[in-house]
Write a protein that binds this ligand. Structure first.
Ligand code: TXA
Ligand code: MG
Length: 296
C-alpha cells in the first residue's frame, strides 16, 4: 500500500478513507493520532493490528463537540462538564462510564471510555467531516516514542496506512493528561501538559494519584512506552556524564523527535541531563523515566 501525504487544506481523501473504515493518521496539538470511526468495530480492530497494540490497552475517543461526547458516555458527573468547558478543546482526556452503544473493543472491554476534544483545527474538521468521533491512539508502532511529525508517522507506518494528514510539528509534543472521573475522587492516570494543580483549581477538589496496590487503572501505563531502541541514561549531576550520546536540551516539545533521531544515528546509549527545570516538570519526568526503563 502506498501511503499518501496530504495537507490540512485537502481533507477530502482523509474523510473518504475514514468513512470507508480505513484508519489514517492526523495531527493533534499533542502527538499524531491513528484514527478510525468509533462506532465501527472492524475499523477499530485494524488500529490494534496496524500498531501491534496489546488488545487490553483502551483507546481515546476524539470528539469535535460536547454533543458527541454525550453520545459516548453515561451517568456523567458534574465534574465532567466543568472540566470539558474549562479545558476543551485541549490536551485532557476524561475517563467516564461508557455508553453501551460504543463497541467494547474501543475500551478494550472496560466499562469506561476516555474522551477528549483535540485543540487542532485539522483534527476538529476531520471529526466533523466524518460525522462521528474518532478513536485514536498515538500513530506509532506500539512501544516506540509517539510521533510528533508526519515524517515520524511515516517512519513507523509507511505502507500500513493509506494516508497521513501533515499538519507539521505538534505544538505540545507529549500525550494528553488522562483523568479518571469514575470513582468518588478523580484519579490522574497519566500526567500531561495540563497539570494536576490546574485540574484541582478547576474542580475545587483534590485529585488522587493511582495507588500502587490498586488494580492498574490505565492499562496503557503498564507497557514499556515512549522508548527508543537506544538505552536511555538520565543524569542528575553534570559530573555523572559518561560517554553516551548527549541529546540537545530536552523539552516536552522535542523529546520524542530527539529519541527518534538518536535511533536513526544508531546510537547505543543516550545521555539526558535532567536539570532543575526538567525535574520540576512532572509530565516530562514521567516520559523520561519510562524511556529510561526506570518506571513501567
Ligand atoms: O494526546 C493524546 O492523548 C494522543 C492523541 C492522539 O490524542 N493519544 C494517545 O493515545 O496518547 P494512546 O492510545 O497512545 O494513549 C491512551 C492512554 C493509554 O495509557 C490508555 O491506557 C489510557 O489512555 N486509556 C484510554 N482509555 C482508557 C480507559 N477507559 N480507562 C483508563 N485508561 C484509558
Ligand atoms: Mg501511545
Amino acid at each position: 500500500m502506498k501511503t499518501q501525504i496530504v495537507t490540512p487544506e485537502n481533507l477530502g481523501p482523509a474523510i473518504a478513507y475514514l468513512k470507508n473504515g480505513d484508519p489514517i493518521a492526523f495531527p493533534t496539538e499533542t502527538v499524531y493520532g491513528l484514527g478510525a470511526p468509533v462506532f465501527r468495530p472492524d475499523s477499530i480492530r485494524r488500529i490494534f493490528t496496524i500498531k501491534g497494540r496489546p488488545p487490553d490497552n483502551p483507546l481515546i475517543a476524539h470528539v469535535s463537540s460536547l454533543d458527541q461526547a454525550l453520545l459516548l458516555a453515561e451517568d456523567l458527573p458534574p465534574s465532567f462538564l466543568r472540566l470539558a468547558k474549562w479545558f476543551w478543546p485541549g490536551p485532557l482526556a476524561l475517563v467516564v462510564k461508557r455508553n453501551q452503544d460504543v463497541p467494547a473493543m474501543v475500551s478494550a472491554g472496560q466499562p469506561t471510555i476516555a474522551i477528549r476534544m483535540p485543540n487542532h483545527p485539522a483534527a476538529l474538521r476531520l471529526i466533523q467531516g466524518v460525522g462521528e468521533p474518532l478513536a485514536a491512539p498515538s500513530a506509532n508502532l506500539s512501544g516506540k516514542p509517539s510521533p510528533t511529525s508526519a515524517a515520524d508517522v511515516l517512519e513507523d507506518l509507511e505502507g500500513k496506512i493509506p494516508l497521513i494528514v501533515d499538519g507539521g510539528e505538534c505544538q505540545i509534543g507529549i500525550e494528553s493528561t488522562v483523568l479518571s472521573l469514575v470513582s468518588q475522587r478523580p484519579v490522574l492516570l497519566r500526567p500531561g501538559s495540563i497539570r494536576k494543580e490546574e485540574l484541582e483549581e478547576a474542580l475545587q477538589q483534590s485529585i488522587d494519584l493511582p495507588s500502587k496496590d490498586a488494580p492498574i487503572h490505565s492499562p496503557g501505563m503498564k507497557y514499556r512506552h515512549y522508548a527508543p531502541k537506544a538505552k536511555v541514561r538520565l543524569i542528575f549531576d553534570p559530573k555523572e556524564a559518561g560517554d553516551g550520546y548527549p541529546l540537545c536540551r530536552i523539552t516536552c516539545h522535542n523529546l520524542y523527535a530527539e529519541l527518534r533521531r538518536a535511533d536513526r544515528l544508531g546510537v547505543e546509549t543516550i545521555e539526558i541531563f535532567c536539570d532543575a527545570a526538567i525535574q520540576s516538570d512532572v509530565a516530562l519526568m514521567n516520559r523520561l523515566l519510562r524511556a529510561s526503563g526506570q518506571m513501567l
